[in-house]
Design a protein around this ligand. Structure first.
Ligand SMILES: [Zn+2]
Ligand SMILES: [Zn+2]
Length: 173
């Protein structure tokens, strides 16, 4: 994990507090679960992470598995991502309070998040992060869809929308 600066930590804590309040309102979590969510230490992912937006980390002590941190992508702390950041925080806090795998009961709890539409912003976020780091745009000659990537596609990939082979266009820097 990357240690947040004081300003980032304040932001992480206020996101977490908002999410825990919302979890209380749902009325399905125990005192212990809410206390765990309130106490977990918060950190950041590396900013070059594109696919991972949050992670819950555990350490092992003999047979015991101990909750370590919940880390969020640092760009999620920017104002425009607030609604998605809250959703990612909720997702990670569900892990933190004991729902460790993405099974059916996890997905059910996840879908109780009141602003569930914000969950759909994940793909946007991934694309924004890729765009920032992109050296190449894989471009569809047919429908003009663009896929920002760090490596050239070298003719190996097809457009998701229309199946055409993608072309490599270098990014101007
Ligand atoms: Zn997860
Ligand atoms: Zn296409």
């Amino acid at each position: 994990m990357v240690r947040p600066n004081p300003e980032q930590l304040t932001r992480l804590e206020s996101l977490r507090d908002g999410v825990v309040q919302q979890m209380e309102r749902l009325g399905i979590f125990s005192e212990l679960q809410l206390a765990t969510a309130t106490k977990v230490s918060l950190g950041l992912l590396r900013k070059n992470s594109t696919q991972r937006h949050g992670v819950t980390r555990w350490t092992r002590n003999g047979n015991e598995i101990i909750l370590e941190t919940v880390d969020l992508h640092p760009v999620l702390l920017e104002e425009i991502w607030t609604s998605y950041a809250s959703f990612v925080m909720y997702h990670e806090l569900l892990h933190a309070i004991g729902f460790r795998s993405h099974d059916k009961s996890f997905r059910e709890l996840e879908s109780l998040w009141p602003d569930f539409r914000s969950a759909k912003r994940g793909l946007d976020f991934t694309n924004q992060m890729r765009l920032k780091r992109a050296r190449w745009i894989w471009k569809c000659p047919q429908c003009d869809k663009e896929f920002p990537r760090q490596r050239p596609s070298r003719g190996k990939y097809q457009c998701r929308a229309c199946g055409c082979r993608l072309h490599d266009v270098p990014c101007r820097t």
